[in-house]
Design a protein. Sequence first.
Length: 131
Amino acid sequence: MLKTRNRPRIYRRLLRSGESGITLIEAMAGMLMLSMGILTLLPLATISIQANELAQNSGDATIALQNEIEHLRTDTLITPGSRYDEETGMYTQWWVETDPNGLQRVYVEVTWNSETGVLRRQRAITYLYRN
């Protein structure tokens, strides 16, 4: 025999009458609340996808910047230039400012279009000393 003393009144009445389970209206109300909760989370999924894409592209741009700076460090004479990488769709350009003492300020910039069509860019500046 089930104890009914500590249960709410509606459950005690259902147990006394021999009925158990939930009604169709209760099930539909539960499904409605669940679907409303899921629909509220959908915008978070799209924001998460966009943030992941931006993080991936920023990481690729950082790698391209580092590689280009390392390549420019090995050159004896740095001249302004640019390069387009078809694999990543990133455009890299660099230019240099030299002072009379031989200190060079090298700018490297990577530009790309995101999947949403927004132009993104990342820039790095490094200093090289040439005798």
